[in-house]
Design a protein around this ligand. Structure first.
Ligand SMILES: Cc1cc2nc3c(=O)[nH]c(=O)nc-3n(C[C@H](O)[C@H](O)[C@H](O)COP(=O)(O)O)c2cc1C
Length: 379
């Protein structure tokens, strides 16, 4: 199948990846109510068609946090991308750099920040608040030394939400003989993936945290370490610690409430991502796109307000811009494309979004995203 839409990349990933990785990417927390809302609430927004306006020049670029983005779409941090394709974080960063958009490396990437930065432009770096502040400090210093321009500080995961699909697929839980048999069986029945990732994609560790547990050998050891190290006691006061170590721009990721957005401004952040972690944390919260307008109203002139969650086309990007987002991040869309076929698929998928956004701008009479606003919507 030649992929035409994000749904098609999802289908290709479903065919190529072992179920435990596909379900990990595709799934959300609990009954997946928020996961569905993220997508469905975009669908209810109507764009306003305008005709007979000179659309020979259309400008998709934005300037944000000191960088020029060739379109307002960045690659959100996605854990373990190196298990979806060989050295997956490097491949995805290459595709993002070629497209002229930011790539954000997850704390729990397979490739380390040094490996990703050395292969191509330094990525944005995402960090969770860990109990082990000494280790956090060292990680921040590594990211700084690798040249990462922006720190994304994820605040909506003091504890991981339960994801039923990961239990059923064997991604979490089943250890011992049945777990090993299940993993081996999934590999044997997905040979193209096994050849690419298992045979040629090692080492299969989490590169940013591997020296925290030198005795650990398997990805599961690292995930266990991370889970034990999420810090539930974290408050805005801890931002002082982050500020002390990181002097570049900080983006707070995982804000849904205008009050929290105001706190992010007070804590000195340069940006925030309106996000519910792609419906992977607290199920039943509202969608990102419905959370966006009140947050823009509260803090939109104080810092960069980005959105992630449910963006599945260039039309969705335009809708988010119309409601006041500075830019969007995508998680699953690039993870699907990477799982479908590595860097070239991520590049093609970004091309699809760019072309959809261009068409949507032309048909709504919007030649410049800097002037995007509610007038683009049929309300
Ligand atoms: C497989 C997967 C892994 C993720 N890992 C991380 C992570 O390590 N750190 C983080 O801040 N967010 C993580 N996220 C959340 C994304 O950064 C982003 O918020 C979310 O995917 C956006 O929703 P979307 O998938 O609908 O685009 C992950 C999301 C997925 C799908």
């Amino acid at each position: 199948m030649k992929p035409a839409s994000i749904k098609d990349y999802r289908e290709l990933a479903r065919r190529r990846l072992p179920p435990m990785f596909f379900e990990y990417i595709d799934g959300g927390a609990y009954a997946e109510v928020t996961l569905k809302r993220n997508v469905e609430d975009f669908e209810t927004i109507a764009l306003r068609q305008r005709v007979m306006r000179d659309m020979s020049q259309v400008d998709l670029t934005i300037e944000s946090l000191g960088q020029t983005w060739t379109m307002p779409v960045g690659l959100a941090p996605v854990g373990m991308a190196g298990m979806y394709a060989r050295r997956g974080e490097v491949q995805a960063n290459r595709a993002a750099a070629a497209a002229g958009v930011p790539f954000c490396l997850s704390t729990v990437g397979v490739c380390s920040v040094e490996e990703v930065a050395k292969a191509v432009a330094p990525p944005w770096f995402q960090l969770y608040m860990l109990k082990d502040r000494g280790y956090m400090r060292a990680l921040l210093e590594r990211a700084k030394a690798a040249g990462c321009p922006v720190l994304v500080f994820t605040v909506d995961l003091p504890v991981p939400g339960s994801r039923y699909r990961d239990v059923r697929s064997g991604f979490t839980g089943a250890a011992g003989l049945s777990g090993t048999t299940n993993t081996a069986w999934q590999g044997m029945t997905h040979l193209a993936w096994s050849w690419d990732v298992m045979l040629h994609g090692g080492p299969h560790t989490l590169g940013n945290v591997q020296d925290a547990i030198p005795q650990g050998r398997r990805v599961n050891d690292f995930l266990g370490w991370i889970a034990r190290n999420f810090d539930r006691s974290v408050t805005w006061k801890d931002m002082e610690f982050v500020r002390e170590v990181w002097d570049g721009p900080i983006v707070i990721k995982g804000v849904l409430d205008p009050e929290d957005a105001r706190d992010a401004v007070r804590a000195g952040a340069q940006g925030l991502v309106v996000s519910n972690h792609g419906g992977r944390q607290l199920d039943a919260v509202k969608s990102s796109i419905t959370a966006l307008p009140p947050i823009v109203e509260a803090v939109g002139t104080d810092l960069e307000v980005y959105l992630d969650g449910g963006v599945r086309s260039g039309l969705d990007v335009l809708k988010a811009m119309a409601l006041g987002a500075k830019g969007c991040f995508i998680g699953r869309p690039w993870a699907y494309a990477l799982g479908a076929g590595g860097e070239s698929m991520v590049s093609r998928m970004l091309g699809v979004l760019r072309s959809e956004l261009t068409t949507a701008m032309i048909l709504t009479g919007c030649s410049d995203l800097r002037r995007a606003g509610k007038a683009l919507l049929d309300t």
